[in-house]
Design a binder for this molecule. Structure first.
Ligand code: COA
Length: 171
């Protein structure tokens, strides 16, 4: 996905999805501020109170050869980011770790599923063979979602607080 596309939630509300840009760092910090503690922990595995400038800038800088990140916007909130999805590949761009998150007030509208579907389609189009995610074992929503999307889910053998969800590209 090189430019912008429109997606809709379960109630038919429309949003725009586009690749992240370096100048998104401030909006990314504001979006993070609007995630509740539980969601911050689910996303970063610790309830980190705020995204530092350095962290936000790093999130907005993409290595195009093996990584992509799309962010969600709405005409109702110009200049704000509502959520996004990212795939970070290995050096060969064959195995990638996904991440996905939404502002807490926008959960439960079907947007997480749309973001994951688009991420997987993009990963397939770019030739990734394996997409995986590390998920907190108590993140029931994310675990249910990846199961619905056909991922295999297994306990992390080294950390009882984590599960690993893996999806191989269909042959
Ligand atoms: C995980 C997350 C992306 C899901 O997005 P969402 O838009 O709320 O989810 P959707 O509305 O698309 O729901 C998709 C599926 O997820 C599951 N799900 C969503 N909310 C759920 C909940 N509260 N409890 C259990 N399952 C839930 C359901 O299986 C649902 O399918 P269904 O509607 O057919 O039942 C979102 O909750 C989020 O951003 N959480 C915080 C960050 C995070 O956990 N990121 C993942 C890190 S690995």
């Amino acid at each position: 996905m090189d430019d912008e596309r429109t997606i809709t939630d379960r109630e038919g509300r429309r949003y725009r999805l586009r690749p992240i840009r370096p100048d998104d760092a401030d909006a990314l910090q504001r979006a993070y501020d609007r995630m509740d503690l539980r969601d911050r922990r689910a996303r970063l595995f610790a309830p980190i109170p705020a995204l530092s400038d350095a962290f936000a800038e790093q999130f907005c800088t993409i290595d195009e050869s093996r990584e992509f990140c799309f962010v969600l916007e709405s005409d109702d909130e110009p200049g704000e980011l509502l959520g996004g999805c990212r795939l970070m590949g290995d050096a060969a761009a064959r195995v990638g770790e996904y991440s996905v998150s939404l502002r807490s007030d926008l959960k439960g509208r079907g947007l997480g599923r749309r973001l994951m579907e688009i991420l997987l389609a993009e990963a397939d189009a770019r030739g990734f063979e394996t997409v995986y995610g590390i998920i907190l074992a108590d993140n029931a929503a994310m675990i249910a979602l990846v199961r619905q999307l056909g991922f295999d889910v297994e306990r992390d053998p080294d950390d009882w607080q984590l599960v690993r969800a893996t999806r191989q590209r269909a042959a």
